[in-house]
Design a protein around this ligand. Sequence first.
Ligand code: WTA
Length: 635
Amino acid sequence: MSNYHIKHLEEYYQVYRKSVREPESFWEEIAEEHFLWRKKWDAVLDWDFSKPEISWFKGAKLNITENCIDRHLTTRGNKTAILFEPNHPDEVAEHISYNELYKRVNKFANVLKEQGIKKGDRVCIYVPMIPELAISVLACARIGAIHSVVFAGFSAAALATRINDSDCKMVITSDGSYRGSKTIDLKGIVDEALESCSCVETVLVAKRIKTEIYMKAGRDQWLAPLLAKASDVCAPEIMDAEDPLFILYTSGSTGMPKGMVHTTAGYMVYTAYTFKNAFQYKENDVYWCTADIGWITGHSYIVYGPLANGATTVMFEGVPSYPDYGRFWDIVQKHKVNQFYTAPTAIRALAKQGTDVIDHYDLSSLKVLGSVGEPINEEAWHWYNENIGKKKSPIIDSWWQTETGGIMISPIPYVTPTKPTYATLPFIGIQPALMDENGNELKGNQVEGRLCIKFPWPSIARTIWGNHQRYKETYFSAFDNKYFTGDGALRDEVGYYRITGRVDDVIIVSGHNLGTAPIEDAINEHPAVAESAIVGFPHDIKGSALYGYITLKDTGETRNHDNLRTEINQLITDRIGPIAKLDKMQFTHGLPKTRSGKIMRRILRKIACNETDSLGDTSTLLNQEVVQDIIDNVL
Ligand code: WTA
């Protein structure tokens, strides 16, 4: 029996048991049979969560692009690897075959080398969803450079922070980007960011919107002429299993974003394995994940996982609402998409448009529907199931994180019976635990607690770039000898998991993780602001939206609150990006604080969520009187 492809429930349980009882021999067999190695490993797994140190396939040598591209050329050279669907439906889609992808990645890799990029150098990629994004990612991997993709919706300040944190030598960008009816001046944002980044020597610019842009002499170069001159053969850099493949930033509850470091072999094995099973991908299927490659979902399930399986993966440049709300269904029909993976926020936005728009399209190619990024509410689940899947395509509600690299808890379609709002069963090799507040594991079923993972899996992030101590404190200190996810979950009577949401100060808005601290820092920069606190509140489409309580400095002047709201949201847009704008801002006379001066966000959260009946004990507060005042003026 091959354990690579799970086809029925009994097999799932059997393989799962094996993966838990003998994890090393299990993953060794998967690695051995399904990937291309230049040298095999000396040890499958070494780990110590107390340090924490984790290594998979130590001593092995490989290049991930040989696995994602080269090895498919003999059998799938003319098959479409990347199917690029542009922003506007009138622009023709581009089918990039494996043969062509090979050439384009190799050319790009040679350009990187000519520009002085070597193994281990960090390259920041700030590119919209055009083929150059996937190709630049793979080109870095080809030569062993560490890519750090920054979502091209982040502001100049957020980009600069990320470039400086990992000392990037190069930035790859484009002249601009299309997003629905808008164009965005990406190069202008890069120029602004680079005013505060001395580490960047070169900027490579892809042409997309073809407007006049400023090119700084000696630093900026157009990509096209360099690619035209470059050879289309570039020998892959032979990497150690544990060499870093990429850095990807994610928000933390406090301070700077965390540069999660993923390494080569384990990440490859796990993303490939989960892709195959979570989507039941079969040769000739067309798979589409609507995420942006700027997020982990795009890294693992647009680029690496699908390509490692020789799949056809769709890359869509645009947005679900342009030119109208039928755009997703238009793409499904046009390319006969078989697996469709999106976020609950998109499902809710589309559901709001009604079903007329769907009825124009033939969605009969769909076999698997996926959801990721935040809990999917029951209404959205049923809408997705009935109107998109026509009750024939199983919904895989897949729970995972930037830190986990790949899908951790999810149904396997046509294998695991689904249950609305439940991510269901742990993936092969994943050992979840629910913990109570005293650090005890809750055994048995029908329990609710904090979600931890007890045993390493191949694609766990190995560290935070430049700050191993923070890695240890964030993930391995809350519970002894366990990885703590930051999420709460419950386990039902049959052992299915339901994720209940974050238990820290991270708020997920439209599927994007936002830490409260950096937003508060941005608000506090406003000269009129004394202090602020951000909490999440339920929102129809975004899942959660941001509610800000803001105390102004007492200067004796009266301020126009509407102007202040605009100015504060502008500050947030400048410091982080438009995704972090507040939906509501309440100006308060003070914020509830503990006697040690800590803001009691729990109380503010209840007020924002309209749950003032269950505020709990407020008698320990330093300034109990502000609570009633806040309730009286709630928005
Ligand atoms: C949340 C995205 C419920 C969760 C891949 C997690 C989910 C955070 C689900 C990670 C799901 C993701 N059900 N919650 N199916 N998927 N989450 O790093 O809170 O962008 O910790 O990774 O999203 O978000 P990230």
